[in-house]
Design a protein around this ligand. Structure first.
Ligand SMILES: [Zn+2]
Length: 211
């Protein structure tokens, strides 16, 4: 199922369901589960309020992983999407287009090239953790991650899996370095966001002669 189909299903479902009552049909639950699977989340089940122990405080529902653990970030993200759609005044086709865009944002960024040899920066997230056999909730992006200012904790070194940091080192430049393998890439201060970093390295390596 592609993201436009998933977005359309979510829009139709969100407009008719009542999340505050905690009532969802099996089909409505499946809409949310299919969307989270598309995003790479390990989500297999939705429990609504009356299916949960009374001590569980929840808004509308909770999502669960295959191993039975709660998936709180996936739950929060999907509830926010439903509420955003419910309160929107956009017409249906604009709302579907807006939802497609937000689904794209929720996916991890494409890797960013860092060196001529093809080393890459990954947004800190599920791909790396999965390759390490760990399991975390993905998806915290509620805006386009490409427009984020590169934070001090910049991400992960692809394949190496070391954590990468941003640190100022000179008046006009900073470095992105890997704490595990020692890779160090100097970047001018004119680069502030991930999108600008992607453009900078792509342009740089395009203009360098082939080795
Ligand atoms: Zn590394």
């Amino acid at each position: 199922m592609d993201s436009a189909t998933l977005a359309r299903r979510l829009v139709v479902m969100a407009k008719t369901c009542d999340p505050l009552l905690g009532k969802f049909s099996e089909d409505e639950k499946q809409v949310v589960i299919d969307l989270m699977k598309y995003l790479g989340a390990d989500v297999v089940k939705m429990k609504v309020r009356n299916e949960l122990h009374p001590s569980v405080v929840c808004g509308a529902y909770l999502l669960f992983r295959a191993n039975g653990q709660e998936a709180p970030v996936s739950t929060k993200w999907s509830v926010e999407m439903i509420q955003r759609i419910k309160s929107s005044r956009l017409d249906e086709s604009s709302l579907v287009a807006d939802t497609v865009r937000r689904i794209a944002w929720a996916r991890p960024m494409d890797p960013i090239l860092l060196t001529r040899d093809g080393e890459e920066l990954l947004e800190d997230g599920r791909e790396v953790w999965r390759s390490n056999g760990r399991n975390i909730d993905p998806m915290t992006n509620l805006a386009d991650p490409e427009d984020q200012v590169i934070p001090n904790s910049a991400g992960r070194h692809r394949y190496c899996c070391g954590k990468m940091f941003r640190r100022s080192v000179a008046k006009n430049s900073f470095v992105i370095y890997c704490e595990d393998c020692g890779l160090r890439v100097v970047v001018p201060n004119t680069v502030t966001t991930f999108r600008e970093l992607r453009k900078y390295t792509t342009d740089l390596f395009r203009t360098l002669p082939d080795k």
